[in-house]
Design a protein around this ligand. Structure first.
Ligand code: ATP
Ligand code: MG
Length: 454
């Protein structure tokens, strides 16, 4: 396939060439173009030293970020391009950071330090493709292969192990045999990689279209970064609803939910506590009582450890906690669920539930999907006009309750909860007078109970 280098990129390359420097587009943008994918950015590599890049392109419109590693960011028509000086990496100290980087004048050396053959292809708008390590052929055959000796390359930088899984999950490529062996052999070195890096790569692995095969084949790698999965692997579920062990079921749920970050994470963690909740009844059937709540708890601890942001953590944990709720298909119990979990979250919850069922016994699937469709209809109807069933949707608030003499914060909270459940169950009309009347009644009763208790 021919590569169409954008004009702004060829302009930068021409400018550098006019001063006698070599320059090429390189890396992910060439890989993606060869696959017919529109690249999300274009990186340039050059024989010019960072200072020479600055002199050649003019210092205005330049961001001197990453200069130490030889990277200069230039802005052209509002678009940012990274220009990196040809370099080789010095000795690696800790499975991640090279002691130093050495700038070099040869393209080949620069291509050689890159992780995979498919990422080591350069392209010039006039000279064409420069492919020193067989990257084009590997792309054609869908193969992820280290440049050079895989064990050495993963030993230098363990993050490359996760990058290999990420590309496999995203592109559906097969990891070449020796590269794959080295992944298994050296994945323990991932313990030296920072939590933030692991979180970012792990999320991208989950987001891939081909995630199922990757997780099944490389569970040992995932086990290094999230050891809590260890007990899921081989944890049988002797129960008519299930046909897979907890790990394989989980992986398939991940594959079935849409490629959404929160949903993929929730799917990954939804059953993580199952091995710790397993009981077997007298008929030999396994049960997992309490697993959603414990899974949510474990998920929170893991995501905190991996330094996920608070919003992500709470969204994921919410879905995990509620994934197994099966309210009767009536308005009242559904409203109760909507109120408990936040009505705005029901579409994601139903997606997770559908995927969960798809990864169970296929003979029982039809009925389960019908149930979820019914649940969806009720949710839609109940949330019409933005109804949310929150305390803040009540016709009265804490201040109104204070006005009628309820002063203690705890009592106000309890009363509001009572009014909300009255509204959900259609026992109290949600207008000011009815709510105040109910609040008075509720507190008189409570007051008397308290007096009796003394
Ligand atoms: P993406 O589409 O996800 O951005 P990419 O291949 O562009 O994929 P980047 O992280 O943007 O990935 O890196 C740009 C290029 O730098 C890669 O294509 C690869 O040549 C090289 N590279 C990045 N990280 C490493 C690494 N850890 N080890 C060796 N080479 C790397
Ligand atoms: Mg990139």
């Amino acid at each position: 396939m021919e590569i169409r280098i954008p004009e702004n990129v060829s302009k930068i390359i021409d400018t550098l060439n006019s001063r006698g420097f070599e320059a090429y587009a390189v890396g992910g943008c060439i890989r993606d173009s060869l696959m017919g994918i529109v690249p999300h950015d274009w990186d340039i590599c050059t024989s010019a030293l960072p200072d020479e890049v600055l002199d050649t392109l003019g210092r205005h419109n330049i961001i001197e970020s990453g200069l130490k590693h030889g990277t200069v960011t230039v802005s052209v028509d509002g678009e940012l391009f990274e220009i990196t000086t040809f370099r080789t990496d010095g000795k690696y100290l800790d499975n991640r950071h090279p002691e130093n980087v050495k700038f070099v004048r040869s393209l080949r050396e620069d291509l050689q330090r890159r992780d995979f053959t498919m990422n080591s292809i350069a392209c010039h708008h006039i000279k064409g493709i420069i492919d020193e390590f067989g990257g084009c052929e590997d792309i054609e055959n869908g193969i992820i292969r280290c440049v050079g000796d895989p064990e050495k390359r993963f030993g230098e930088d363990a993050l490359r192990i996760l990058r290999a899984l990420r590309f496999a999950s995203r592109l559906g490529f097969r990891i070449e045999e020796n590269t794959g062996k080295a992944v298994h052999k050296l994945c323990g070195t991932l313990r030296n990689i920072s939590a933030e890096r692991i979180a970012s790569e792990f999320t991208q692995i989950l987001m891939g279209k081909y995630v199922v095969d990757v997780l099944l084949e490389y569970s040992d790698v995932i086990d290094v970064i999230i050891p809590e999965i260890y007990d899921m692997i081989g944890c049988v579920q002797n129960n008519p609803h299930h046909i897979y062990d907890v790990w394989e079921h989980t992986v398939r749920v991940v594959g079935y939910v849409p490629q959404d970050r929160i949903l993929r994470l929730a799917a990954f963690f939804h059953d993580i506590a199952k091995p710790f909740c397993r009981t077997t009844d007298e008929r030999g059937i396994d049960h997992f009582h309490g697993h959603p709540l414990l899974s949510a708890k474990m998920t929170r601890a893991i995501l905190n450890r991996l330094r996920f942001d608070k919003k992500t953590i709470s969204q994921v944990c919410l879905l995990v906690e509620f994934h197994d709720y099966r309210p009767p298909t009536d308005a009242k119990p559904v409203r109760k669920l909507l109120s408990k979990m936040g009505a705005e979250n029901y579409p994601e919850l139903l997606e997770l539930k559908r995927a969960d069922c798809r990864a169970q016994n296929p003979e029982l699937l039809e009925g389960k999907l019908v149930y979820i469709d019914t649940l969806e209809e009720i949710c839609k109807k109940e949330t019409e006009g933005g109804r949310k069933f929150r305390v803040s949707d009540l016709a009265v608030n804490g201040r109104d309750l204070m006005e009628i003499g309820i002063s203690e914060g705890k009592k106000i909270g309890k009363t509001l909860e009572y009014l909300l459940s009255g509204m959900i169950n259609e026992e109290i009309e949600n207008d000011f007078d009815s709510m105040i009347k109910a609040a008075r009644n509720f507190n008189n009763i409570t007051d008397r109970e308290e007096t009796n208790g003394v």
